[in-house]
Design a protein around this ligand. Structure first.
Ligand code: OSB
Ligand code: MG
Length: 366
């Protein structure tokens, strides 16, 4: 596959409602889209870097810079024999997994299309439908949260994730648990606590939560291990897991019992597969996280979540949960708590290019 042309774009997508987590609020998603052209085929991926460095040090600016200055100039006009081999040539760049993941995932979409296969089965996926949950941001008050949760349960989501932070935790979660005694519920703190908050975190044990996601600092495996020993509820790591090496560390230390895999955070699909394979061997359940993706990133996530180790519902909600109008056709929809894995070649969805053009705020071409 020779890479004939590359387009990198930033588009602006208005969220239906602001999404608030312990580290900040997102009103509008700045989505970076990568398009690769090769021998008549067109491949797409999304870079999930954030608007600010509240979740990870990567931002739209850092990703744009790494992609345009270091990676894309090395891809244009080049023959790609295999995606892993090509990606290896970027190992010298330390970090920047979200920028690298965008390139890897576009190359995989291209490769799958060149083989006339869906991305899902091309990467070892087996399931035709994936279980999905919904991540509910912090709300102005408990009543609004309860209403939102009720509507999502009505929609059929198979688990509810509540964002928490100090001051919005035990009482808030207890209220939801009382209202919805049978719903699978989990919480996500996005690193808002320390071991000084042990008493609060222990109180969460009473609510029969599926897991507590990333309660402590993103780089603290030791304190997560100490906390896990004090809790009955499984800890799930998100921010802390950037590679299969991190998972091995966390598993050996007992820092978590569940792992959230986001391909952007770990540098792409191949790294996600390595984490998946290790966790499957170690009996650690995994699930696919989300970064408020457009339909492009969502299509990649759905393909990944079709691998057999993804036994827990992912943060892969339907397009309508985020956007008035998604940029893919068909958009993603939920039915009976499941999202269908596209069966077309590659990511298996068409891109609404006119809409993408209208939303574009900057672009670079090679
Ligand atoms: O911690 O999982 C997270 C969104 C942005 C940044 C971090 C997180 C999230 C979510 C949203 O929880 C999940 C989704 O895409 O629906
Ligand atoms: Mg999280």
């Amino acid at each position: 596959m020779n890479i004939d042309r590359i387009v990198l774009r930033e588009i602006k997508m208005q969220l239906k409602e602001p999404f608030e987590i312990s580290s900040g609020v997102c009103y509008e998603r700045r989505v970076i889209l990568l398009t690769l052209f090769s021998d008549g085929l067109v491949a797409w991926s999304e870079c999930v870097a954030g608007e600010d460095p509240g979740y990870s040090y990567e931002t739209c600016e850092t990703a744009w810079s790494i992609l345009t200055q270091l990676i894309l100039p090395q891809i244009i006009g080049k023959e790609i024999v295999s995606t892993p081999a090509r990606m290896k040539t970027f190992d010298w760049i330390k970090g920047h997994p979200m920028a690298k993941a965008a390139v890897e995932m576009a190359l995989l979409d291209l490769e799958a299309k060149a083989h006339n296969r869906p991305l899902s089965t091309f990467i070892g996926g087996e399931n035709q439908k994936v279980k999905v949950g919904v991540s509910v941001g912090l709300q102005p008050n408990d009543d609004e949260l309860a209403n939102k949760v009720g509507a999502f349960i009505e929609k059929g989501y198979s688990r509810i994730k509540l964002k928490i932070k100090p001051g919005r935790d035990v009482e808030m979660v207890g209220n939801i648990r009382n209202l919805y005694p049978d719903t699978p519920i989990m919480v996500d703190a996005n690193s808002a606590y320390t071991l000084k908050d042990l008493d609060i975190l222990k109180e969460l044990d009473q609510f029969d939560l599926m897991m507590i996601e990333q309660p402590l600092a993103y780089d603290d495996y030791l304190d997560h291990s100490r906390l896990q020993q004090e809790l009955n509820t499984p800890i799930c790591l998100d921010e802390s897991i950037r590679s299969v090496r991190d998972v091995k560390l966390a598993a050996e230390l007992g820092s978590c019992r569940i792992v959230n895999i986001k391909p952007g955070r770990v540098g792409g699909i191949s790294s996600s597969q390595a984490i998946h394979d290790y966790c499957l061997k170690k009996d650690i359940p995994v699930w696919c996280g989300g970064m408020l993706e457009s339909g492009v990133g969502r299509a990649h996530n759905v393909a990944l979540a079709s691998l057999p180790g993804f036994v827990l519902p992912g943060d892969i909600s339907e397009s309508q949960r985020y956007w008035a109008e998604d940029i893919v056709d068909p958009e993603f929809t939920i039915s009976n708590g499941l999202v269908e894995v596209p069966t077309g070649n590659g990511i298996g969805v068409a891109i609404l290019e006119d809409l993408v053009d209208r939303l574009t705020v900057q672009s670079a071409e090679y």
